[in-house]
Design a protein around this ligand. Structure first.
Ligand SMILES: Cc1cc2nc3c(=O)[nH]c(=O)nc-3n(C[C@H](O)[C@H](O)[C@H](O)COP(=O)(O)OP(=O)(O)OC[C@H]3O[C@@H](n4cnc5c(N)ncnc54)[C@H](O)[C@@H]3O)c2cc1C
Length: 347
């Protein structure tokens, strides 16, 4: 997991500091926060091991997983391979779109069209300027402040997040080539908080080492609303950058370039849109029949399997998803402790 995770603790339109996963002045990842302090007699880690499929007993309840180092038996399986890989594990285990699984010779345990569907991500674009002066500190992690807007790029509340980078982060290769390594430059990037585009993840083959087929959820909504919102996002960035406070910092707009407006701006964004690397929602939680997991993270209709990661988010949060995943994991741990107490009381 990335060591540079950040997020926001309060959610309202306006400007503020980006919050970091840290204890005191030390950065924390989930591994350092949760695993490193676990007593070794309570935790066994199988490192450099790929999970191939979930194993089931004759009654159809999970009884462990098959991995590249053999079988691991367990009465409960908690799947947390992330939004791109959790649906693939489900599919390799026979839970997914029936005809897709049959095309790879995978026996169908539960025919679920929704597994791997509904892929969402935050699309990202931005503006880069040459800098008039360099930032004084080397203490910055690069993305320290952000603005959330409401109703500026779409009709939605909290519709865009503008991030201020103290290092250049251009989107087109041609701009990167033009900026010399030592040139002072700044980027303001923006992502759509509530994108309408949807994608999907599917198996390429039944081989767990094969990369999946990912239909990325970037600017593919039929109404092209996301593209229009991103054009308005660049216009919003330019309005912010025109404020007097930036005049001593920002020089010439090097990307997209101040003359790039209207249809040309839409073409620039469509060619250079990036992802925030926030894939979510491919094993969606919900109470309807199509939902993959219920509100206790249990895979519907399958005994002994929970999914606890970004794949269960019903829709992408407006903020980066790491904190939601941590919160899910803590909630799932509570539910598992509750379940084990209930089991004990029935003995
Ligand atoms: C470069 C980058 C920067 C990011 N920055 C931020 C940020 O600043 N703030 C924020 O909130 N979010 C950020 N994110 C997003 C955030 O990291 C994810 O949303 C979050 O980690 C998702 O957690 P997860 O548990 O769903 O999956 P992951 O954290 O991806 O964990 C899944 C794990 O499963 C493993 N795995 C997959 N398949 C298998 C298999 N078959 N067998 C065994 N193991 C397997 C993977 O190796 C991985 O370790 C960033 C993502 C990236 C890529």
């Amino acid at each position: 997991m990335s060591d540079s995770l950040w997020g926001f603790s309060e959610l309202s339109a306006g400007a503020g500091w980006v919050r970091l996963a840290a204890k005191g002045v030390s950065r924390r990842s989930s591994a350092t926060a949760y695993l490193h302090e676990m007593p070794s007699d309570r935790l066994t880690l199988a490192l450099n091991t790929t999970v191939i499929e979930i194993l089931f007993d004759s009654r159809g309840n999970a009884e462990g997983v098959l991995t590249t180092r053999g079988a691991i038996r367990a009465p409960q399986v908690v799947v947390c391979l992330g939004a791109l890989h959790s649906p693939l594990l489900m599919m390799r285990s026979g839970i997914g779109p029936g005809s897709h699984l049959r095309s790879f010779g995978i026996p169908v345990r539960a025919d679920r069209d929704s597994v791997g569907e509904n892929l969402q991500d935050h699309p990202l674009t931005g503006v880069t300027w040459s800098g008039k002066r360099s930032e004084a500190t080397d203490q910055s992690h690069g993305w320290e402040t952000a603005v959330f807007s409401s109703g500026e790029v779409s009709d939605e509340e909290l519709d865009a997040c503008v991030l201020f980078s103290t290092v250049p982060a251009p989107f087109a290769d041609s701009t990167s080539n033009r900026l010399s390594q030592n040139s002072v430059a700044y980027t303001m990037a923006m992502y759509l908080c509530r994108p309408k585009s949807r994608g999907r993840v599917r198996l390429r083959t039944a081989d767990p080492s094969a990369p999946p087929i990912v239909n990325a959820p970037l600017l593919n909504d039929p109404e092209r609303a996301d593209l229009s919102s991103m054009v308005r996002g660049i216009e919003l960035i330019r309005r912010i950058a025109a404020q007097p406070a930036f005049s001593e910092w920002l020089g010439t707009e090097v990307e997209p370039g101040e003359r790039v407006i209207g249809p040309e701006l839409a073409t620039f964004i469509a060619r250079n849109v990036s992802t925030m690397f926030h894939p979510t929602s491919t094993c969606r939680m919900g109470q309807d029949d199509d939902a993959v997991v219920d509100e206790d993270f249990r895979v519907r209709g399958i005994g002994g399997v929970r999914i606890v990661d970004a794949s269960v988010l019903p829709s992408i949060p407006t903020v980066p998803p790491y904190l939601s995943c941590v919160m899910f994991a803590e909630r799932c741990a509570e539910l598992m402790i509750r379940d084990s107490r209930l089991d004990d009381s029935h003995v």
